[in-house]
Write a protein that binds this ligand. Structure first.
Ligand code: AVJ
Length: 309
């Protein structure tokens, strides 16, 4: 994303009645490391639960996907989950990671190539919120499988999530399918604990967003004044993460000044949790049928295989 567009978007968010900053600004180098640490926390159940679901069911997934598929990952994961899937696919044909960050993408592509020398890896630099052109592989794949692990879908409001599913529908093509990780609604106490860990890593991750903006966009947020909040909103089925300023401050960004009142909060992230019915309903609006759902014994998390209707 170009710097001028990013600046305009940041200014727009900070000009809203409730100030907000997109969760994509979490992920500078330090932020990515902090997220890694989050995934290893005892309270943060999504990563290890999804990984276990993949490990336990990957053979069945590979059978459903069939041979010579093109795996199109939205976001350049290079995660363990992706590797497990690639390892088990039958006659794996092509891996297409799609990401807006070129650096990250090429790093991913290189490490996947090193691990899977037979696999054709064709990275695409694109903003996957909008349709993009798929690369031409050496051997025509039998079908496209869009892969979207990690419950990243949770970051999007229901409207935006539906738009994204429509792009996935289009990229999957005629006989294609979607394999997606979706975090589930459950006892709010379990969810709130996952976003308010006792070691304070999530708080540090949240705060790092402002550190990132200060460095990259020349703003002057007083980091010391902010504290981390994460609350589960049961009506909307989502975690809402905020940074609350304990003091009045005036922040300048891109030539504009923003007043932050004492105890005013900036919204930094939504993390939506779904019921199985809720997700199926949204997927149906995008043209998908949920054909298979795998969960863990406690029904904390799901991986869902969706075919085009
Ligand atoms: C990467 C969006 C799936 O929502 O759980 C973790 C990000 N934020 N702890 C999530 C996150 C705070 C994470 N996602």
């Amino acid at each position: 994303m170009n710097a001028r567009v990013a600046m305009a978007e940041l200014i727009e968010g900070l000009s809203k009645p409730e100030k907000m900053i997109s969760p994509k600004y979490f992920y500078d180098e330090r932020g990515s490391k902090l997220f890694e640490k989050i995934t290893e926390l005892p309270e943060y159940y999504p990563t290890e639960t999804e990984l276990a679901i993949m490990r336990d069911n990957v053979d069945e997934m590979a059978d459903l996907i069939g041979p010579q598929a093109s795996l199109i990952e939205f976001g350049s994961g290079s995660s363990l989950k992706t590797r497990i899937l690639l390892k088990h696919l039958h006659e794996q044909a092509v891996y297409v990671p799609v990401d807006i960050s070129e650096d990250h993408l090429h790093e991913t592509a290189e490490s996947i190539r090193a691990e899977f020398p037979e696999l054709e890896v064709l990275p695409v630099v694109a903003d996957f919120m909008h349709p993009f052109t798929l690369p031409n592989p050496a051997v025509m794949p039998r079908r496209n499988i869009v892969y979207f692990p990690g419950s990243t879908i949770g970051n999007f409001t229901h409207d935006a999530a539906l738009e994204l599913l429509k792009v996935m529908y289009q990229e999957a093509g005629e006989d294609g399918a979607l394999l997606i990780g979706v975090d589930l609604q459950k006892d709010p106490a379990i969810i709130e604990r996952a976003y308010n860990d006792s070691a304070g890593v999530t708080a540090e991750f949240n705060l790092n967003m402002l550190r990132h903006l200060n460095r990259e966009f020349g703003s002057d947020f007083n980091l010391d004044a902010f504290s981390h909040r994460a609350e589960y909103d049961e009506d909307n089925g989502r975690i809402e993460m905020r940074l609350t300023s304990g003091e009045w401050q005036e922040v300048s960004l891109g030539g504009k000044d923003f007043v932050i009142e004492e105890d005013e909060a900036i919204l930094t992230e939504y993390s939506h949790k779904y019921t199985l019915e809720g997700f199926a309903g949204m997927a149906a609006k995008a043209g998908f049928t949920v054909a298979e759902v795998w969960t863990d014994a406690k029904q904390l998390f799901s991986v869902q295989y969706c075919t085009r209707q």
